[in-house]
Write a protein that binds this ligand. Structure first.
Ligand code: FAD
Length: 618
């Protein structure tokens, strides 16, 4: 009888990238060894206890659409849901939920344990097995060797990690975990382009030491928007957060001690995330601001600790306590774990191919923070994507590529491998030029069929998706089929003129300020559809008129990317360019729009400003 050897992939790391990589490979039928320093740390959230947000919520939904575990795990642990940018259009709304850390970790661990084909190994990967110019497995610190067809590294902040609290420094991958030094050395020996980045986290506070009564309560949404397409409602008890603010006293304390901050005392070389600044950064860079908002976010239902979002720091612990006490409601707060900064090695992602494989060493894939990104969602999306490509490669199947036009994952991969990073990369909706069609609400329609075709999506999700599509098709057909005269529509109170041709109900739904409820009296069949189907078709209609225009703009942009930029273009004179981008453009002087587009931090809007300037002959 013919025996086909089952492929075997090793995933190094049990963080957010690692678990999605392991789970994706296992769903595709590959044997997976998940090697991690600490089994109990699988699914741990190193920093903020939240999943989703602006841009990040899109990534969670895309991972979920491809049957990843993050969305479902998050809905098993969500203790407060908020749809960010609720007042703006659905394209830029970001579903976000506050997590009970322990529940999240348990949900992830259960998902990994419950999946056939994943063998979890506790140990430190110290070296790679290399043969015939390709990665062939790993060597653990105890000398044991594990051969495999492919290796995916998702080591997060652990490579040569150094933790800084004030002027103290110690090796560590995050608080309470050792750093990964031998493996980092191996990557240097491979001559991979590497650099240093940093990130920070705030002190954690004891909940019972906070005077909640004096603070502004921030409840969750009345109707929670779930992170997974398969979830219906939260399972955990829902709680409120609270809001407080720094004040001039806080700023004085921080300013007096700036020289003791690891970041400001010259202890750290690595670049930090600009959009997630430490309290030191905020006070030094935005000296004119007299107050900054702080969200007090419970880290769980029973753990008793609170994450003060907005005051990450690397000041000495005594200074942290002093500035925390200067803040309203926190006058008697106890610090349970001090804030700290971490500095770590990353690999320049321009060394990777479009499937996240290291070009110089086939068989080795990298995903997550090791590629210079920051965030659970960015790591999860890369882990899943790298695993699919690793599985396809070991099976000699075609690569699985997602383009910028169809997903935020595609945007992120393209950004990473073409632009590299100069600071920790995180997702924003502004990075996606086709964002009107890349919405969190339609991630399943964009990606689930693709996932089904490659065996990444399980039967349960595939069936739920088919059922949803049937309902959507049915309601679209009702809306397209119903023709309504102008006078009748006007009489029903719709904001349209009394005269003019009859229109389909779908066209009427696309008129500004017309909602699906407004059409019920005119098209009674609509009342037979469930709320979610009605809401979804309403979201689609909002953009119906813009999508053609977006496609045209995209085509123009592609053409213009080959347009030469005059060498003497004065970026400082261009209205609509941020100061930072103008400086970068002046320093790098890209010769074409294509080159300008690859500059880190460049946005579609800024490219348009330059294009207009070229056309105007400035
Ligand atoms: P991680 O979640 O870090 O997981 C790495 C895994 O690799 C761990 O399981 C570890 O045990 C394992 N590992 C490492 N080396 C080895 C080895 N040699 N052998 C075996 N296993 C190994 N994100 C934000 O979005 N916003 C923030 O403000 C933010 N602040 C942060 C502050 C701090 C102090 C830290 C530590 C992280 C912060 N993050 C923040 C980042 C967030 O934690 C990461 O982006 C995310 O966890 C990355 O996921 P990952 O899978 O790449 O790595």
């Amino acid at each position: 009888m013919f025996h086909v050897k089952q492929s075997h992939i090793i995933v190094v790391g049990g963080g957010h990238g690692g678990v999605e990589a392991a789970a994706a490979a296992a769903r595709m039928g590959v044997q997976v060894s998940l090697v991690t320093l600490d089994i109990d740390g699988i699914g741990a959230m190193s920093c903020n206890p939240a999943i989703g947000g602006l841009g990040k919520g899109h990534l969670v939904r895309e991972v979920d659409a491809l049957d990843g575990i993050m969305g479902i795990a998050a809905d098993g642990a969500g203790i407060q849901y908020r749809l960010l940018n609720r007042r703006k259009g659905p394209a830029v709304q970001g579903p976000r939920a506050q997590m009970d850390r322990q529940l999240y970790r348990t949900a992830v661990q259960n998902a990994v344990r419950g999946m056939a084909g994943i063998d979890v190994i506790e140990g430190e990967v110290a070296d790679l097995l290399v043969g015939n110019g390709a990665a062939r497995g790993v060597i653990l610190a105890d000398g044991s060797e594990i051969p495999a067809d492919a290796v995916i590294l998702t080591t997060g902040t652990f490579l040569n990690g150094v933790i800084h609290i004030g002027l103290e420094r110690k090796a560590g991958g995050r608080m309470g975990s050792r750093a990964s030094v031998a493996l980092a050395q191996r990557l240097y020996d491979l001559d991979l382009p590497m650099g240093r980045l940093k990130t920070g986290t705030p002190p954690r506070l004891a909940s019972d030491s906070i005077d909640w009564s004096r603070l502004e309560e921030q409840p969750g949404d009345d109707v929670p928007v779930m992170l997974s397409f398969l979830s219906r409602e939260p399972v955990a008890r829902q709680v409120s957060c609270a809001i407080t603010h720094t004040n001039e006293g806080t700023h004085d304390i921080v300013r007096r001690h700036l020289h003791e901050s690891a970041m400001y005392g010259g202890q750290i070389d690595g670049k930090g995330p600009r959009y997630c600044p430490s309290i030191e950064d905020k006070i030094a860079r935005f000296a004119d601001k007299t107050s900054h908002q702080i969200f007090l976010e419970p880290e769980g239902l029973n753990c008793g600790t609170v994450y003060p979002n907005g005051i990450s720091t690397s000041l000495p612990e005594a200074v942290q306590l002093e500035y925390v006490h200067s803040i309203e409601g926190l006058e008697a707060a106890r610090i349970v774990q001090p804030g700290y900064a971490i500095e770590y090695d990353y690999v320049d992602p321009r060394a990777l191919d479009r499937g996240l494989q290291v070009r110089a060493l086939p068989g080795l894939w990298l995903a997550g923070q090791i590629n210079g990104t920051t965030g659970y969602e960015e790591a999860a999306a890369q882990g899943l994507y790298a695993a699919v490509n690793a599985v396809n490669a070991v099976r000699w199947d075609d690569p699985f590529h997602l383009s910028r036009t169809e997903s935020y994952i595609g945007v992120m991969i393209d950004d990473l491998i073409t632009r590299g990073v100069t600071e920790p990369y995180r997702m924003f909706t502004s990075r996606a030029e086709f964002r009107l069609s890349l919405r969190a609400d339609n991630a399943d329609q964009r990606l689930t069929p693709k996932g089904c075709r490659i065996g990444l999506v399980g039967q349960h999700r595939a069936e739920a998706f088919d059922e949803k599509c049937r309902r959507l098709e049915a309601i679209r057909s009702v809306l397209h089929g119903a023709r309504i005269g102008a006078a009748k529509a006007h009489e029903a109170g719709l904001p349209v003129s009394e005269s003019g041709p009859a229109r389909s109900a779908m066209d009427l739904l696309a008129v500004a300020n017309v909602g699906i409820d407004d059409l019920d009296a005119l098209v009674p069949e609509l009342c037979g559809f469930d709320d979610e189907t009605r809401a979804q078709v309403g979201r689609e209609a909002i953009y119906a008129n813009y999508l053609d225009r977006q496609e045209t703009e995209a085509a123009h942009l592609r053409r213009d990317e080959a347009t030469v930029i005059p060498a003497d273009l004065d970026y400082a004179m261009l209205r609509g360019l941020s100061h930072e981008l103008s400086e970068k453009l002046t320093a790098t002087r890209p010769d074409t729009i294509a080159a300008a587009a690859r500059i880190e931090g460049m946005t579609p809007a800024a490219l348009n400003v330059i294009l207009l300037a070229i056309r105007a002959g400035r």
